[in-house]
Write a protein that binds this ligand. Structure first.
Ligand code: 13P
Ligand code: SF4
Length: 372
């Protein structure tokens, strides 16, 4: 409850032309985050959030927010600025704003830079990595192409621009199965995520032969260090203790594509972060969901719990991506203050060699064309 004892109606001042006051921001935070965040949490962060939102508006900054952002950071982005890797790439491709702050990890911001090379693309922490992108590079793609000459290389978006530049088509977890089916020939090379490749292999059984690092070869691949942590026995224990039996009509277990194959098989639904959110939204709209567990990064569940308060989510899970967690309110405020004072933006700006941009754009544009 707001300290005044009442919850004042909130107009989203950010969308209107009126000046955004500190009280507006505080009221909005109470309405949106209380009681999952305490009054103290809100009081402590309201000043920084007011500064961010005021400067965001003043400088016409687009602020993209990945679904894994903690709720206070996620809430800085307008609904249409929030999403999964595919949705955010699509938004980046069409935005006109001069500054784009990407609240996510740098490989995601690189995609935005490739699609909008004239824009200033900024991230809160350039050192934030990703166990998939960090452990696989352009040289690894070239080696696989030598091993399977002629087979098209499909590269998961969780990779850096130089590796994408060596590949034929990009994909995200929202469109991988669809894109694989559109590829010529009966064999595709999928990189770098080994679990994802195995899941895709299962999904495309009888349609496509999927080759990947470590399958009949000694090539180097990678796995997501976050999704790797969910095991089949964890899921079975959650089904039992949280009472989500298989086949229950209103209790569901969700998993992200990056999970281990036996975890994906156990799930009632699997997809990208936004596909999981959409399935939950559709079930809630039909009054068909009372309880859920999501085998993915835990802030996705925090955001879902906030959006769908009537669903009981297992929020005790603390599987957090340490890279995504580097994106914090204070760092975002620093970027906006640097824009406002005309300071050098080097510390935050994502830059790429123009030649790499040109080569990496093709696989990303092919993906966008092939996406449904
Ligand atoms: P999405 O494409 O589903 O947003 O996932 C990105 C990611 O990094 C998952 O760990
Ligand atoms: Fe990379 Fe996994 Fe973190 Fe996603 S959750 S950014 S795949 S390490």
């Amino acid at each position: 409850m707001h300290p005044t004892g009442k919850s004042p109606p909130v107009e989203n001042a950010l969308n209107g032309s009126k000046e955004l006051t500190f009280e507006d921001v505080k009221n909005e935070l109470y309405n949106r985050h209380h009681p999952s965040l305490t009054s103290l949490d809100i009081e402590v962060h309201a000043k920084t959030i007011h500064k961010i939102r005021t400067l965001k508006k003043k400088h016409d900054v687009v602020m993209l927010g990945h679904n894994y952002m903690e709720p206070l950071v996620f809430g800085l982005s307008e609904k249409e600025e929030q999403g999964d890797s595919l949705g955010l790439s699509m938004f980046a491709a069409k935005t006109e704003a001069p500054y784009l702050i990407f609240n996510g990890v740098p490989f995601m911001a690189e995609t935005a830079k490739i699609l909008s090379p004239d824009k200033t693309v900024l991230v809160a922490d350039k050192t934030a990595g990703c166990s998939l992108a960090d452990n696989f590079g352009a040289e690894d793609v070239r080696k696989l192409k030598e091993l399977y000459p002629g087979a098209p290389v499909m590269i998961y978006v969780n990779s850096y621009a130089d590796a994408k530049a060596e590949s034929d088509i990009c994909c995200t977890s929202a469109n991988a199965a669809h894109i694989a089916k559109t590829m010529p020939g009966d064999t595709i090379i999928f990189v770098p995520d080994i679990f994802f490749a195995q899941n895709l292999e299962e999904e495309l059984k009888g349609e496509k032969n999927v080759v990947y690092p470590g399958k009949d070869n000694t090539a180097r691949g990678a796995v997501c260090e976050v999704h790797e942590r969910f095991t089949l026995s964890d899921l079975l224990a959650i089904r039992e203790s949280f009472e989500i039996p298989k086949g229950h009509s209103k209790r569901k277990l969700y998993a992200h594509w990056e999970c281990r194959p036996n975890v994906l098989k156990e799930a009632d639904f699997y997809g990208s972060t936004s596909q999981i959110m959409k399935d939950i939204a559709a079930r809630v709209a039909d009054d068909q969901l009372e309880r859920a567990f999501v085998a993915s990064e835990c802030e996705l569940t925090s955001n879902l719990a906030q959006e769908f308060p009537k669903v009981e989510f297992w929020t005790a899970c603390s599987v957090r991506c340490s890279h995504m967690a580097k994106v914090r309110l204070d760092k975002i405020a620093n970027i906006l203050e640097a824009i406002d004072s005309g300071e050098d933006l080097n510390e935050y700006e994502v830059t790429l060699d123009p030649e790499v941009i040109n080569k990496a754009r093709l696989p990303i544009e092919r993906m966008l064309e092939a996406s449904v």
